[in-house]
Design a protein around this ligand. Structure first.
Ligand code: HEM
Ligand SMILES: CC(C)=CCC/C(C)=C/CC/C(C)=C/COP(=O)(O)OP(=O)(O)O
Length: 459
């Protein structure tokens, strides 16, 4: 990666961290926090100055020069607004100062996208710019589907070569096939999201009861399993056409579709029973909505018909945050809605990387995924913009929930790692690079949710 790109990424995420520290400065009288904010502000201004200078000194597009100069010029204005806030001169100083900080972060993020797009040129090949872009190794080009660096990054469970569902398949293989239908690889992050929602609820003064935590997770796992099973049943013909999903239980006849439907329905009823009896009706109802949202609205309606399938379908995976909160409080609260919004924005930044790596697969299956219909360059641009939205909403959650430096630093550092892997894709147009961003998306969200736990129930 070029030094200019690396410096611009660090400047962008430092500006993001600066906003978080600024919000804490406003919320505390602690002098060291305020001193830290001023010190970081000076350092970030210096860094942005280096970027702006090098954009003019080097061979960069006018957009990159414009964006970096605007970000640099915004700092003195920010300093004046900050002083007005500290001296309580202007009534709206604080809000204007916060918006100014977000403007600096946003202008640097847009400048980064313009820079990366400029590097690869209009057709994304980099040839117009004399850039050597690494492509998939020839042997991968011959393979059917994407090359995942480590064990297949699938949301499937144990894979097996067991013969079709018959007396000959061992009990172990059959159990493994049914476990695969529940999409176990997804569970850890969705459960962590629900736990973060429960922990977040303690900022209202509510307490975490063991039974509530266990029952909410049990009900959620059963519901995810039910929704995942219905997804397998409905998609089995298209799964047959994708290398990534061609050996799934319903494609390889290891499970009979009717039995799978009965299995999914049983999981769903069990989920509702557990949540209604041991948690509360609202959590049960929201879980049912999430399951139907994924199994029907996303799987049947959105996924096969629009390039907006991932964005509009993201609500399903965002709901566990609210479900966790309602399990503890019995009602919906703003922090839970904000945590849910973080995941809603994160979902396209998460999935588009996989859609890039598997675009040939999705094209063969006839799914209108964004990289298939609109190209990889646009999909990468959208990943960065949705990631920017995720960071902004995560910052808003930090302010509303009153989180400290740990949360701000976790979001900024994990966000930097995620942005870095996406920027690498512009120089390495390979499945391996796209999968690395996909895993970085899970690492970002996992880190943020652990930070929420540490800020609420540990610190
Ligand atoms: C519409 C929403 C979403 C879409 C389209 C989507 C897409 C996918 C796909 C296709 C896979 C399977 C990869 C494979 O089988 O090769 C996957 C894996 C995964 N997804 Fe998502 N996802 C969505 C939302 C979520 C949400 C909300 C979470 C968690 C909060 C999540 C966490 C994960 C995890 C942990 C994996 C497993 C990654 C691995 O195998 O290492 N996803 N996602
Ligand atoms: C509480 C509750 C029930 C919440 C629902 C959460 C949930 C299961 C969200 C869906 C996330 C996901 C992996 C979608 C991918 O489906 P896909 O069909 O695009 O993946 P595939 O191509 O691998 O089948």
């Amino acid at each position: 990666m070029r030094k200019f790109t690396a410096t611009l990424i660090v400047a962008t995420l430092s500006a993001y961290l600066l906003v978080g520290l600024g919000a804490m400065t406003a919320a505390t009288e602690l002098r060291p926090v305020a001193a830290g904010h001023y010190g970081v502000a000076g350092s970030v201004w210096l860094l942005v100055g280096v970027v702006a200078f090098r954009s003019w000194a080097g061979d960069h597009t006018r957009r990159v020069r414009f964006g970096s100069t605007v970000a640099f010029a915004a700092f003195p204005v920010q300093a004046a607004l900050g002083a007005a806030t500290a001296l309580e001169i202007a009534a709206l100083g604080g809000r204007a100062h916060l918006l100014g900080g977000l403007f600096v972060f946003g202008s640097l993020l847009v400048t980064l996208v313009w820079h990366l797009d400029g590097e690869v040129g209009p057709d994304g090949s980099g040839r117009a710019m004399g850039l050597e872009i690494e492509q998939n190794p020839p042997e991968d080009a011959l393979s059917e589907g994407p090359t995942e660096p480590d064990a297949a990054a699938t949301n499937d469970g144990p894979r097996s070569d067991a013969p079709p569902e018959s007396g000959r398949a061992s009990i172990r293989d059959r159990v493994g096939a049914y476990i695969t239908l529940t999409k176990p690889r997804l569970m850890w992050l969705l459960c962590l999201l629900a736990v973060a929602g429960m922990a977040l609820a303690t900022i209202t003064g509510a307490t975490l009861e063991g039974v509530t935590v266990v029952a909410t997770l049990a009900g959620g796992v059963l519901a995810i399993g039910a929704a995942g099973t219905f997804n397998h049943v409905y998609e089995r013909e298209r799964d047959r056409r994708m290398d990534r999903t061609a050996d799934r239980p319903l494609v390889s006849d290891r499970v009979d579709p009717t039995r799978a439907l009965a299995f999914g329905a049983t999981l769903f009823v069990a989920s509702m029973a557990v949540l209604w009896a041991l948690v509360n009706p609202l959590s049960a109802a929201l879980t049912a909505v999430a399951a139907v949202y994924y199994a029907v609205v996303y799987t049947v309606v959105l996924k096969p018909s629009t390039t907006w399938n991932t964005v509009l379908g993201g609500g399903a995976g965002a709901l566990p945050a609210v479900i966790g909160w309602t399990a503890v409080t019995g009602s919906v609260g703003l922090p839970a809605v904000l945590l849910s919004a973080v995941v809603f924005c994160w979902t396209p930044a998460h999935f588009y990387n996989l859609a890039i790596a598997c675009r040939a697969d999705y094209d063969a299956a006839g799914y209108p995924m964004l990289p298939v219909e609109r190209g990889v360059a646009l999909a990468r641009r959208r990943i960065l913009y949705w990631l920017g939205a995720t960071l902004l909403v995560a910052g808003g959650l930090g302010v509303v929930a009153g989180f400290g430096p740990l949360y701000a630093v976790a979001s900024a550092v994990a966000g930097l790692g995620f942005v870095w892997t996406v920027a690498e894709q512009y120089r390495r147009d390979t499945d391996r690079a796209a999968y690395r961003s996909f895993h970085a998306s899970n690492a970002y969200l996992g880190t943020l949710l652990v930070a929420v736990l540490l800020e609420t129930v540990v610190v």
